[in-house]
Write a protein that binds this ligand. Sequence first.
Ligand code: NAD
Length: 461
Amino acid sequence: MQEHDLIVIGGGPGGYVAAIRAAQLGMNVACIDENEQPGGTCLRVGCIPSKAMLESSELYYQAKHSLSEHGVKFKHVELDLATMLHRKDKIVDTLTRGIKGLLKKNKVTHYQGRGRLDGAKRVVVTHNGKTTSLTAPHIIIATGSRSASLRGVELDGDRIVTSTEALAFSEVPKHLVVIGGGYIGLEMGSVWARLGAKVTVLEALDRILPATDKEIAERTHKLLEKQGIEFRLGVRVQSAKTKGKAVRVECEGGETVDCDRLLMAVGRVANTDDVGLDTVSVTTDRRGVIEVNHDFATSAAGVYAIGDCIPGPMLAHKASEEGVACVEKIAGRWAHVNYDTIPAVVYIHPEVAAVGRTEEQLQQDGVEYNKGAFPFVANGRAKTLGETEGMVKILADKKTDRVLGVHILGPRAGDLIHEAAAAMEFGAASEDIVRVCHAHPTLSESVHEAALAVTGRAIHI
Ligand code: NAD
């Protein structure tokens, strides 16, 4: 029996970050992951490889379609998909090796295998048929999530796939159908559309990006349509069948769509069904999401949970924040995760980023607000980049002027959003953003102008 102060089950951005912070706080930590290289979905088959493919495919698209506007002309632009995929794999390999190195540097013991709770204070790790027993007074479950499935649509890893396989198609699909107009559907749809596939997104709701501010989502929809992605809204997929290389998708109402690859992107479910939760009576909701209190403690003494397997947005950075807060609390220190200021980014082109509440949420909550918006078309830097689509929108409380939500569709929105997140974390009013001198010429000036627009003082519109 190996003894530790803390055992973390799962080596993703929740688990490995918690393990490293706990080691920094002086704990003897075990981190269990079934893969030789830790990093979880995010590093191995999620955020990182998808961003690599998004960057590469965007460069290909620009070389083919828009660099000529800059006077940069190519006689012949050719796609070398094998090199693109290899580059992505190399980035993943380097980063996951880096995590392994960080665990080692911090003296975290990395156990390769599947970790399962085995009664109070015990975890069994199974790898290649061999088991190792560990014990610790504190155990964190950070087992993440996996792609949700649809009854009637059987994944085969080749023609009908999840994002994992869609990151590694060895040839560009002729027609890729995506079920779900959420984060994954739009990011992976963008990659393959830029590389030449016909892409059709089937979305059950009457809009895409259901959690995003509606105005921003509608503009995003139009921009993606201009980029060649076809959307069919209000279409609920019921089943799909393969015949050789062909896939037929059947939707409610009898409509059918034929394609050669089908990507399932209808959300994710918590990985909690094979973690031995029953051996210590950890309570979950009916979808297997673990219930926790403010300290990330579950219903079982000494067992905590963080990340995708507890409530909240399924985002790597949310999991990392929770991991740090959880171990700080275990160590008896003060910690807090502010769920009102967690940014979210969709890495399409241009990017979509948000922090705080949407207009619809404010209306639903009966909160009166002022709105300031500024279009990138009026921003000098955006013009020089040739990236003038989109806008910044700031929502501030009508009485107090406190910033309640910021929504950006536009170039580098994923970086711009952090000024808003920092402002909101400090409880800023839109006037506080106004009073910050923004360098010229930058995209950030659009955030400044949107803050000015909250009180009707924008200069450049
Ligand atoms: P999602 O929840 O973002 O979107 C799923 C979509 O599928 C919804 O719009 C839903 O209405 C639709 N849908 C469900 N059933 C359907 C059916 N039968 N027919 C047609 N449409 C249907 O889920 P996702 O895109 O799979 O992403 C999963 C999670 O991964 C998200 O929670 C997200 O937070 C995370 N993620 C984040 C990023 C990022 O941060 N950039 C990128 C990828 C994934």
